[in-house]
Design a protein around this ligand. Structure first.
Ligand code: UDP
Length: 242
């Protein structure tokens, strides 16, 4: 892979790339059949990286870490590393567009059976010529996991979307990607819920004002405890600089 333009947030690597740069790295991974795990880093994940060495290792070993969250972008800019936000859902959508024109195979793993089916239907509607090689919901047991792994292996996708929630999806990809022979595996979190129309993204104005996190808190108030990671993240970044 080409040299990665790496920046750092709380000691974690982040690729200082825009959409074109990210897609170019992923194209190289696919064309050279080299596994690249994509991590879409936000404040909550960065805090997890501080608390959990195993999660930190996963982020350090990822092939591409994109600045998904407004907090991460703020921290990078503050440290003199100016990058724009690159939300995982937008990267995923762009990657699917490229997959359609390049003939790359895509497998969609995760979310509830209804959301998985709804997301797949929407993906096919948007990308009618996409080579969708398989799909499966994310509520499997340890017993059925082997069946899923061999189904992915025989479908031989170039790209695997994994929606199992953070941090399970990141660990799952790190554990299985190499054996699956998948070039690009991306933890997409709630993106399938958005594609299926179950969850809406914030209005564009709120996205521009970096308030997508606030919209999510208002819509899904039960997340407040998890979202306390954001002010803790701000505190950790300020402390690190001092
Ligand atoms: N999910 C899953 N299996 C699980 C847990 C979660 O497929 O065992 C799915 C869930 O249905 C959702 C996605 O993972 O579609 C992301 O979950 P959540 O929004 O809780 O995670 P986040 O992205 O906020 O970490």
């Amino acid at each position: 892979m080409a040299e990665r333009p790496l920046a750092q947030v709380l000691g974690l690597p982040v690729d200082a790339v825009d959409m074109a740069g990210a897609l170019s790295l992923l194209r190289t991974a696919i064309e050279t059949h080299r596994p690249a795990q994509v991590v879409t880093l936000n404040a909550e994940m960065a805090m997890l990286g501080l608390a959990d060495p195993a999660f930190r290792t996963v982020v350090e070993n990822a092939g591409l870490v994109v600045p998904d969250g407004a907090g991460v972008v703020w921290a990078l800019r503050r440290g003199g590393q100016p990058v724009g936000r690159l939300p995982g859902i937008e990267l995923t959508q762009a990657l699917l567009g490229l997959a359609e024109s390049e003939g790359w195979g895509v497998y969609v793993l995760g979310a509830s059976p209804e959301v998985n089916a709804g997301a797949v239907a929407e993906i096919v509607r948007r990308h009618p010529r996409l080579r969708l090689v398989g799909a499966r919901d994310g509520y499997f047991t340890a017993e059925t996991e082997d069946v899923i792994l061999s189904s992915i292996r025989s479908a031989a996708p170039d790209i695997l979307l994994v929606a199992l929630g953070v941090p399970r999806q990141e660990h799952w990809i790190a554990q299985h990607q190499e054996a699956l022979g998948v070039s690009v595996a991306i933890g997409v979190g709630g993106s399938l819920d958005v594609l299926a129309g179950k969850v809406q993204r914030a209005p564009v104005l709120m996205q521009r004002l970096n308030l997508e996190w606030l919209y999510r808190l208002l819509k899904e108030p039960w997340r407040w405890r998890r979202m306390m990671a954001l002010p803790r993240f701000v505190g950790a970044v300020l402390k690190e600089r001092r």
